[in-house]
Design a protein around this ligand. Structure first.
Ligand code: CA
Length: 398
């Protein structure tokens, strides 16, 4: 039996020894790299003597940046050693467990470039039908390449950070009007944190060596600003004010039992998008609006895997660097209760959602809190957890 006395640190719980996500916590000695064990954080700097010199230097840092740069062999060696340490019967010398409820987390790495994709067919069809009722819902390029855009990395924030309602232009009856967004929305997504050597033209088979881990993402979206500005160049100020990510990054290695094939597109793929092994992921998300479970999107239906997205992102010669982040695109399934945005859940505001307290919502009101959680199947019937991404809406500032 492990020395870690926490009922949430068990194989049938999302944050047992099969998961071990990494984050950065505030400690009396400053920010520290830590792993999540159940409902506790285990800072690694006090355990430096338990690792090789190379790994000790990585875990003694005050962010995950050195670990992200170190690459797959170091990631695997660290994870293997951590599994030994957290499943041992005796605590290593100097180990301190911090309750998550009393521990502040910070953005765990320096976000490099940020790309957001659009790889859910159901989401693309729903948005197309709402935004362009008289046009084609999905354009012909969509099934041949992972459509995406380059986003704004400087406004990626960690779970728990409040989000101020953005100002912007929207379409009015007599021309554009300016003011706080009146159609503020979420997008439930999965994000991929890059690491390893700087590379270009990454193949689908090499992609896992450039992806350190997986996080939950909420791509906050101002639909009124977006609908007015997006023609013809795509998302800009309707998205760039904030993107939230979970505080703990679940290592890609933890998803070995969750790998599935992406759906067959029904036509040949360009060679650089062909996968020689499956990198779709069987991740199940839950979206809570002020505590009410309003949606349960499934990631397995996404049309492109992270390996295909990374191959596409770099096929033109653009580099991928440690700290780059890319997100999947809103995850929506075919059923209403699987829609990953409120634009879709309320069908453009025409079908409001009733929360458990009786309140009705189509879009976010000031003070609303959104929490997105996710799990995936782990080895031997265990559960892999992705840490929650939470955020509360503040009133627009002056
Ligand atoms: Ca998005």
């Amino acid at each position: 039996m492990s020395w870690i006395d926490d009922p949430a640190f068990a194989a049938d719980k999302p944050f047992g020894p099969q998961t071990l996500p990494y984050g950065v916590v505030e400690t009396a000695e400053g920010p520290a790299v830590a792993v999540r064990v159940g409902d506790h954080a285990l800072p690694l700097r006090p355990l430096a003597d338990e690792f090789t010199a190379e790994l000790a230097e990585l875990v003694a840092a005050d962010s995950l940046d050195p670990l992200l740069a170190a690459g797959r062999p170091a990631w695997s060696a660290l994870r293997a050693r951590l599994i030994e340490l957290v499943t041992a019967t005796a605590a290593p010398d100097g180990a301190v467990l911090l309750p998550l409820s009393e521990t502040a987390t910070r953005l765990p790495f320096t976000v490099g470039d940020y790309v957001d994709f659009y790889s859910s067919r159901n989401h693309a069809e729903n948005v197309g039908r709402i935004f362009r009722p008289d046009g084609e819902a999905v354009f012909p390029n969509w099934s041949h390449l992972p459509v995406g855009y380059n986003g704004r990395s400087g406004t990626v924030v960690v779970s728990g950070t409040d989000v101020e309602r953005p100002h912007g232009q929207r379409k009015g009856d007599d021309g554009p009007v300016f003011g706080p967004s009146t159609r503020l929305d979420i997008e439930a997504e999965i994000g991929f944190v890059c690491g390893g050597p700087v590379a270009r033209r990454v193949s689908t088979s090499a992609a896992p060596d450039h992806v350190f881990g997986v996080v939950t993402v909420n791509d906050w979206s101002a639909r009124d600003i977006q609908a007015w500005e997006y023609v013809p160049l795509g998302p800009h100020l309707g998205k760039s004010f904030a993107t939230s990510i979970g505080a703990w990054i679940t290592p890609l290695e933890a998803f070995a039992a969750a790998r599935v094939a992406v759906p067959d597109p029904g036509h040949p793929r360009q060679d650089y998008l062909v996968e020689d092994s499956h990198w779709g992921l069987d991740i199940h998300l839950q979206v809570f609006w002020n505590g009410t479970l309003v949606s349960k999107p499934d990631f397995a239906g996404m049309a492109f895997s992270f390996a295909q997205q990374l191959a596409h992102m770099t096929v033109n010669g653009a580099t991928v660097r440690p700290g780059d982040l890319f997100a999947s695109g809103t995850i929506s399934g075919p059923e209403k209760h699987q829609r990953g945005s409120f634009l879709e859940l309320s069908w453009g505001g025409k079908e409001p959602i009733t929360l458990d307290d009786g309140a009705e919502r189509s879009f976010l009101l000031d003070g609303d809190t959104i929490v997105i959680t996710a799990t995936a199947p782990g080895p031997d019937g265990s559960v892999i957890g992705l840490s929650e991404v939470a955020g509360t809406i503040l009133a627009a500032g002056d």
